[in-house]
Ligand binder design. Sequence first.
Ligand SMILES: [Fe+2]
Ligand SMILES: [Fe+2]
Length: 192
Amino acid sequence: MRALTIIKSEHQNLAAVLYSMEHLVGEIDNGKHPDFAVFHGLFTYIDRFLDEYHHPKENRYLFPAVLARAPDTADLIQELGRQHSEGETLFVEMLKALSAYEFSGASEFPRFRDSLLKYTAFERHHALLEENELLPRAREVLEASDWESIDAAFGENQDPMFGDQWDSEFSVLFARLVNSLPTPLGLGDAWK
Ligand SMILES: [Fe+2]
Ligand SMILES: [Fe+2]
């Protein structure tokens, strides 16, 4: 069941990144000038962490195991899987809006802000749905043999697809992110 703790802590990391993104568009709304590299860093982190690491682990290990033990979760699991795809679509929209904003300037900011806020609300809601509905069912219905493979995938890098290369890559990305985020979010200079 170690995977449950790991999933929750991965959701907490995600929540911190989503909060940072919302805080930064608030800064721009207050007249500050953005450092676009910070958004690129945040988005790269999210892309690697959420769409290439966290969600595939859920899709591949957690969802099928819960579905096999509790067929009544079929609708919930289908919806969560659909949300993984929709999140990727919203992410691409946000990225395009960032590109337009960076290239064309302030007139494109509202579209960027709106797509970013739509994305953060969506991913926050998704993680809550998992925590409130899926994880309690997983705790209830999964057996020790199920947890073995799920814990291995989420835990100590025993899965070749999610090996320790990922862990070191995330540490490097995360450290760069913290260094670039403006204070008080990180160690970078405040936006002016
Ligand atoms: Fe998910
Ligand atoms: Fe999740």
